[in-house]
Design a protein around this ligand. Structure first.
Ligand SMILES: CC(C)(COP(=O)(O)OP(=O)(O)OC[C@H]1O[C@@H](n2cnc3c(N)ncnc32)[C@H](O)[C@@H]1OP(=O)(O)O)[C@@H](O)C(=O)NCCC(=O)NCCS
Length: 172
């Protein structure tokens, strides 16, 4: 008789009640350079989508997050993935991959065509992310080309996608 695996973590939608704990996880995972990243410039104008974001809970403790923001690329709605972080004590056990996978499943159901990320290719290539072709999408600051990646969320989701990453239109 096989023993079912113990589910150690719960992955849940983001919620304001997690905010201060998420800040602690981000500080611990990224260290003091955290706010100098170009992704932070995007997050200053992008709109956090808590329904598409995922938070990892071990019991009541927040141990990781994968946040998803809404942006425009040119005039086209798109999603921006990150920050992705796992508490240092919990890293290396597959939780980062689980968070990305769960967030992407939610993104695919959102109807938006594409998601972009600035991150390690070895983290995101297994999920189908590829390097954004040079000069196709303008970020609000310099990014290392190999780290700037995109992925379609539906057939044709990357077709014609180009322009500056901008604030999303306000919900009416
Ligand atoms: C990156 C991070 C979220 C990965 O979380 P994790 O739970 O340790 O990752 P997993 O155990 O699911 O590992 C998944 C894969 O991610 C990659 N990976 C692991 N740690 C990584 C790191 N620090 N940077 C980039 N990729 C990493 C590996 O390819 C790993 O695959 P492997 O099992 O074949 O080695 C975590 O290390 C972290 O919070 N790092 C600091 C914050 C950060 O750099 N975030 C941005 C990531 S691009």
């Amino acid at each position: 008789m096989s023993i079912p695996p113990v589910t150690e973590y719960a992955l849940v939608a983001d919620n304001p009640r997690f905010d201060s704990d998420i800040e602690r996880v981000l500080d611990a995972a990224f260290g003091p350079g955290r706010f100098s990243k170009v992704s932070e410039r995007v997050r200053e104008f992008a709109a956090l989508d808590r329904e598409l974001s995922r938070v990892a809970l071990k019991g009541c403790e927040v141990v990781g997050c994968c946040r998803i923001y809404r942006v425009l690329i040119g005039a086209t709605p798109a999603l921006f993935l990150g920050p992705l972080a796992v508490s240092p004590a919990t890293q290396g056990a597959g939780l980062g991959q689980d968070l990305v996978g769960a967030s992407l499943r939610a993104c695919e159901a959102s109807g938006v065509g594409a998601v972009i990320v600035v991150g390690q290719p070895r983290m995101f290539a297994p999920f189908g992310f590829t390097e954004v072709p040079r000069d196709r999408i303008a970020m609000p600051g310099p990014v290392e080309a190999r780290r700037f990646q995109w992925r379609a969320l539906r057939d044709g989701g990357l077709d014609g996608l180009a322009g500056a990453v901008r604030a999303p239109r306000a919900a009416s």
